[in-house]
Design a protein around this ligand. Structure first.
Ligand SMILES: Cc1ncc(COP(=O)(O)O)c(C=O)c1O
Length: 395
């Protein structure tokens, strides 16, 4: 089977909503993937920040294999051990008072669950979110998304969210009032361009929400499980929300997500208020347990912090030396962005990188985003980075 044949077959049957790169991937190992023609690439996208322990980590593969041969699915009317272990592990790693967990299948569903909880806990319907935010693509998640390009095509179906500029605590204060169910925010915006808020922003959100009885939701689908050099990005500021969503790196490649909430919020729901066929699926939660084991044993949170700082220094040095090409670097841990001046050149970068054997993503139009596996070998990361910087310099 070659690429052209795959492209021809897919064009006949798939909903045409994705523009693909001209590569069909067949294998992944660590931070490298291999295409159908046998060509290898360094993956700086980790499959949208998901494969945070690398592609097909042996511990994860073995855990899934073992669980698949034992018990794959039950109704949620029964207790299962993998789910219980995963729930206890998440409660142990989350700060107080986040003591209650619910597993779902995707980040978007975690956001949906968080929004439903906020409505149940407050009885209110108004959500406030931030410009450039990304929270998923179901109607509920689109209802709080700050990115017009995703939201506008479905505008007729959605309630109008109150969207305030990200990082602006005064604007947030003006928008949060007694009608607010929750303020939802990513502690570091990923899709929106790797935006880090100013110090004190999250703490002020906490104060404003508390003052009017609104909930604070942190969407850590992209930033959670070590990505920013802390287990949870909220730890950088020491601010704890009422609800936090997790996804992506939580399953290391297996589609699983979760949300955690405080005891007080949990008390506002009863059996039947939320559910789902695959909720807490044994295979998915066995994957979570394996990922958390690897993250802990291999000290990947500290590693993301250390290697991320080196990457930041490299990107900053490039921006300083080539101000006509890049205006700066931003991010935390191994979620980093290099802000490029020329959006047109930026748009062509992933394709040129591909030709050079590197998978990289450009988000928000002009931000080259790095979110590789947290255990990517330094030589792979920095060799690929140097190649990318040369491509940018030559563009
Ligand atoms: C912060 C954030 N929330 C939610 C989502 C949606 O997650 P999923 O694509 O798993 O539904 C994403 C995906 O990129 C995200 O970055």
């Amino acid at each position: 089977m070659n690429l052209e044949e795959i492209q021809r077959r897919e064009a006949r049957v798939f909903l045409p909503v994705v523009n693909r790169m001209p590569v069909a991937l067949v294998e992944g190992r660590g931070s490298r993937v291999v295409d159908v023609a046998g060509r290898e690439y360094v993956d700086l996208t980790a499959g949208w920040g998901v494969c945070s322990i690398g592609h097909c980590h042996p511990t994860l593969v073995e855990a899934i294999r073992e669980q698949a041969g034992r018990l794959m699915q039950t109704t949620n009317l029964f207790y299962t051990l993998p789910q219980l272990d995963a729930a206890e592990a998440l409660v142990a790693l989350a700060p107080d008072p986040l003591t209650r967990v619910f597993f779902v299948n995707s980040g978007t569903e975690a956001v949906e669950g968080a929004l439903k909880l906020a409505h149940r806990a407050t009885g209110r319907r108004q959500f406030v979110s931030t410009g450039q935010s990304f929270h998923g693509r179901t109607l509920g998640a689109l209802g709080v998304i700050g990115q017009a390009k995703h939201r506008d095509p479905y505008r007729d179906l959605l309630p109008e969210p109150l969207v305030v500029p990200f990082g602006d605590a005064d604007a947030a204060a003006a928008a949060i009032d007694a009608s607010t169910a929750a303020f939802i925010v990513e502690p570091v915006q990923g899709e929106g361009g790797v935006n880090v808020p100013p110090p004190g922003y999250l703490a002020r959100l906490r104060e404003h929400c508390d003052a009017v009885g609104a909930l604070l939701i942190f969407d850590e689908v992209q930033t959670g499980i070590g990505r920013t050099g802390r287990m949870l990005a909220m730890e950088h500021d020491g601010v704890v929300p009422d609800v936090v969503t997790l996804g992506k790196g939580l399953g290391g490649g297996f589609p699983v997500a979760a949300f955690l909430c405080s005891e007080g919020v949990a008390e506002t729901v009863k059996p039947g208020d939320h559910g789902g066929t695959y909720i807490g699926n044994p295979l998915a939660t066995a994957a979570v347990n394996a990922v958390l084991q690897v993250v802990e044993e291999d000290k990947l949170v500290q590693r993301a912090d250390e290697v991320g700082s080196k990457l930041a220094a490299r990107l900053r040095a490039f921006a300083d030396a080539h101000p006509e090409r890049a205006s700066g670097e931003r991010g935390l841990g191994l979620l980093r962005g290099l802000v490029l001046r020329d959006a047109e050149a930026a748009a062509g970068l992933p394709r040129r990188a591909l030709d050079a054997g590197i998978l990289v993503n450009v988000t928000a139009g002009n931000v080259m985003r790095f979110f590789p596996a947290l255990n990517i070998p330094e030589d792979e990361l920095f060799t690929a980075t140097d190649t990318l910087l040369e491509l940018i310099q030559a563009s």
